[in-house]
Design a protein around this ligand. Structure first.
Ligand SMILES: *Cc1c(COP(=O)(O)O)cnc(C)c1O
Length: 423
């Protein structure tokens, strides 16, 4: 048989001429990336292939905790790369053991499972909760209670637990026995939870769902109700963890300890790694062979995360995150006094959401685009909230400069005639 012709020969590109348009010719169409293509970064700054500079307050979606090209992370990565990259879970390795020891030392955890992403850390958490109930109570104790607008990843189990049906519809039969309740609604949780519930899962601050903080009463009531019904309390701290809110994990702001916690995003500072943290008693349900991952516990990822955790867990580092967050909110509120475009500025530490109103209502996407044109990269969380999740190492002066660029972007939008006739 004749070898098939390469139909896409004209698409072979060199790094000199890569354009945004090439993306759509070779990638599945499930993303719509920005026009600019990042080329190089340093700290909170990023430069594109045309040499334009940006303050990166998106940080790869709350991932680049120490910014770009952090010297200590570059060093540990290349040191480990020169030793060995991968051995699989047929072997243990020193960076993985040391990282697990650090995570246990700094949190409630006694046992750690490593994965490669937030979704996988949650997949492990949900499977473990089901298995623990099965082993210790009964096979009927399988209900998972989750919350509207929650986000837990894109595997089919995690996206079905997530609280936005549009992300899991259209992919065939969904995993069953998952209940969604309104977030922060103690009464709804009280009336739904029962001895058939194996787990309650929530984000201490819903990230993708709009930067919605859980209130302290809701968290402590959820803890109490889980205790009453022998259900596990799972905190998805994929976005809120690793110093993002000014504590190593956000549960540490509250008087509430989960049974299982998932971590990813900032944990590797941009190197893919996820972790599920739990107690020894619960972990016992993951006996040999019950769960696994080829790349989980990869020595490069664990070495990078270990060094990152040493830096981020320092009390001075965490208190600096908290005070930069306070300054950030103050600067945004001042901007809002002038323009009155935010109905609320909320969040904790360096995870901040601004809910839009007036002429910017439901225009988060337009604000993100305008910001990029003015040299600051930000995120949206739904159509009506802009989200800021800058590298935790950004300077005070970069906070101010970033808010000034945001202000210029908003000024531009307010004078621009609206293309779509809304407002
Ligand atoms: C991003 C995110 C996830 C999914 O993480 P991936 O690494 O994309 O799989 C899960 N939960 C929360 C809260 C997140 O923000």
């Amino acid at each position: 048989m004749k070898a098939p012709a390469n139909r896409n020969q004209d698409l072979v590109v060199t790094t000199q001429n890569v354009q945004r348009a090439h993306h759509d010719e070779v990638m599945t169409p499930n993303y719509a990336p920005m026009e600019m293509i990042p080329e190089r970064g340093e700290g909170a700054l990023l430069w594109d292939t045309d040499g334009n500079e940006y303050l990166d307050f998106a940080a790869g979606i709350a991932v680049s905790a120490l910014g770009h090209a952090h010297p200590a992370l570059c060093k540990v990565l290349s040191d480990q790369a020169n030793k060995f990259w991968h051995v699989s879970n047929l072997f243990t390795n020193k960076p993985a053991i040391e990282l697990a020891q650090k995570l246990c030392r700094h949190t409630f955890a006694e046992r750690v499972f490593f994965a490669n992403s937030g979704a996988e850390a949650n997949e492990a958490a949900f499977k473990l909760a089901r298995r623990y109930a099965h082993d210790n109570y009964s096979a009927e104790k399988s209900e998972i209670i989750a919350f509207e607008n929650g986000f837990h990843g894109r595997t089919f189990f995690t996206v079905s637990v997530g609280g936005q049906a549009k992300y899991s519809d259209g992919f065939g039969p969904k995993p069953g026995d998952i209940t969604h309740l309104p977030f922060n609604d103690v009464e709804a949780l009280k009336s739904q939870i029962s001895d058939k519930t194996c787990a309650v899962v929530l984000e201490p601050i819903q990230g993708e769902g709009g930067v919605n903080p859980a209130n302290a009463t809701f968290l402590s009531e959820a803890r109490e109700l889980c205790n009453q019904h022998d259900a596990l309390l799972i905190f998805d701290e994929v976005q809120t963890g690793v110093g993002r809110t000014g504590q190593l994990y956000t549960y540490q702001h509250f008087d509430v300890t989960p049974d299982i916690l998932s971590s990813a995003k900032g944990l590797g500072g941009g190197f893919p790694i996820g972790a599920m943290l739990t107690t020894k008693r619960i972990a016992d349900s993951l006996a040999v062979g019950t769960h696994g991952s080829t790349f989980g516990g990869n020595p490069i990822g664990c070495a990078v995360a270990g060094t990152l955790l040493d830096i981020v867990s320092a009390p001075e580092f965490l208190s600096a995150v908290e005070s930069k967050g306070t300054d950030f909110v103050a600067a945004l509120s001042k901007l809002n006094q002038k323009f009155d475009v935010f109905s609320e500025v909320r969040g904790l530490g360096l995870l901040i959401g601004c809910e839009l109103q007036g002429p910017l209502k439901d225009r988060a996407g337009d604000v993100v685009q305008a910001c990029a044109k003015h040299g600051v990269l930000i995120l949206q969380a739904g159509s009506n909230v802009i989200r800021l999740a800058p590298p935790l190492i950004l300077s005070q002066q970069q906070v101010e400069e970033g808010v000034q660029r945001l202000q210029r972007a908003i000024e531009g939008l307010l004078v621009e005639p609206q293309k779509d006739g809304r407002g």
